[in-house]
Design a protein around this ligand. Structure first.
Ligand code: PGA
Length: 263
């Protein structure tokens, strides 16, 4: 299997947005768009990641869509199971609420909340052991890119998790390459630069796991309808993790449509 035969994923990361009424409207609008312009399930997986508080209401609202739209958690605890850990939500509790997907390693968690490789590994281990599928985010800063370290940084972030992922668990991981300088800035990596990094990531994964050639590698960082087709045309870009543009139903639908039709 080569990178271009992998079913693409388009996942909306709503971050710390929106207010309840707006979230309900967003879901409603997205369902109406899917009704009017269907996107075949086999051509693209679609997911949205709301705030923790809205995971189950989002899932319920999405259950009446005309196709599967997965609900994704934005984070989970580094502590497993249940217990006296005020404010935390474990992998098992997500699974217990039928939330089967989670983001780990987003640059905002790494940078703003100081999550180290060790913390991320604990989260990764718990998520995979509880049977969740993980969207693991990697990406370099502008400084790292400008000093020629981008590849090394990203490949190290991939290697970091190798110590806790069992050989069969790699098939439950999706990688999201998100250059930090492209997140929320309106700047996107050029399709050539993104493809080059994705090819490096696939090469790195292939040295670690036999699933390297079949794992989806998503691009994230100012993905919008205007650049989605070009990004989707790159052989090793198997989808998108979309922040800002996922808060608009029409934009998000167009991006999913672009990946479904270009792949
Ligand atoms: P953006 O965010 O699309 O707003 O750049 C992407 C992300 O952080 O996942």
């Amino acid at each position: 299997m080569s990178g271009s035969t992998i079913t693409p994923w388009v996942v909306g990361n709503w971050k710390m947005n929106p207010m309840q009424a707006d979230a309900q409207q967003l879901i409603q609008d997205f369902k109406s768009l899917l009704q009017a312009h269907p996107i075949d399930e086999s051509s693209c997986y679609i997911g949205v990641a709301p705030i923790t508080l809205a995971l189950t209401t989002t899932q319920t609202a999405l259950s009446s869509a005309n196709r599967m739209v997965y609900t994704v958690a934005q984070d989970l605890s580094r502590i497993a199971a249940t217990g006296a850990y005020t404010g935390e939500v474990s992998a098992e509790l997500l699974k217990d609420s039928q939330i089967n997907f989670v983001l780990i390693g987003h640059s905002e968690r790494r940078e703003i909340f100081g999550e180290s490789a060790q913390v991320l590994n604990e989260k990764m281990k718990n998520a995979l052991n509880a049977g969740l599928t993980v969207i693991y985010c990697v990406g370099e800063s502008l400084e790292q890119r400008e000093s020629g370290q981008a590849e090394q940084v990203v490949l190290q972030q991939i290697c970091d998790i190798a110590t806790v992922v069992d050989s069969e668990q790699w098939q439950n991981i999706v990688i999201a390459y998100e250059p930090i300088w492209a997140i929320g800035t309106g700047k996107t990596a050029s399709p050539e630069d993104a493809q080059a990094m994705h090819a490096q990531i696939r090469e790195g994964l292939s040295q670690i796991t036999t699933y390297g050639q079949s794992m989806a590698i998503l691009y994230g960082g100012s993905v919008k309808p205007e650049n989605a087709v070009e990004l989707a045309a790159c052989p090793d870009i198997n989808g998108a993790l979309v922040g800002g543009a996922s808060l608009n139903a029409e934009s998000f639908h167009k991006i999913a449509h672009a990946f479904a039709n270009t792949k």
